[in-house]
Design a protein around this ligand. Structure first.
Ligand SMILES: [Zn+2]
Length: 127
């Protein structure tokens, strides 16, 4: 047993979390256990339970990572072309280099994976 603590600042909100893990366990079998919350962002400030808090922040971060990965898999698109934000529970993506039909295909995949309305494209004109 080799107990380690990692501090994590997700790029999807302002929370700063710590989780613990056992470095004697092979990487693919490691379990991250919520350890502490150092900073709570405004969005997650109401979440009192540390396990629920970690699960919410992790889910939002993983949803963004998966969606951004799917967009970056489109030929000609890189991660630098993608902007994201959260509007409440909804992940809002912006990638002005995608065509309408590419967005359509991606939107269907996002709806199937995350549930309708959980990931959407910001279709407003750039400011
Ligand atoms: Zn947060």
């Amino acid at each position: 047993m080799a107990f380690k603590i990692t501090t994590w600042s997700p790029d999807t909100c302002g929370c700063v979390l710590q989780y613990s893990w056992d470095s004697s366990v092979p990487a693919e079998e490691r379990v991250h256990t919520p350890h502490a919350i150092l900073t709570k962002c405004a969005k997650h400030s109401e979440t009192a339970d540390i396990h629920i808090h970690h699960a919410q922040v992790l889910e939002e971060n993983q949803r963004k990572n998966k969606a951004a990965g799917a967009i970056a898999a489109v030929p000609g698109i890189t991660h630098d072309d993608i902007r994201f934000s959260y509007a409440g529970p909804v992940l809002v993506l912006r990638c002005d280099r995608l065509t309408v039909s590419e967005k359509d295909v991606l939107q269907k995949a996002f709806d199937a994976e995350h549930g309708p309305g959980m990931v959407s494209f910001d279709t407003a004109r750039p400011a």
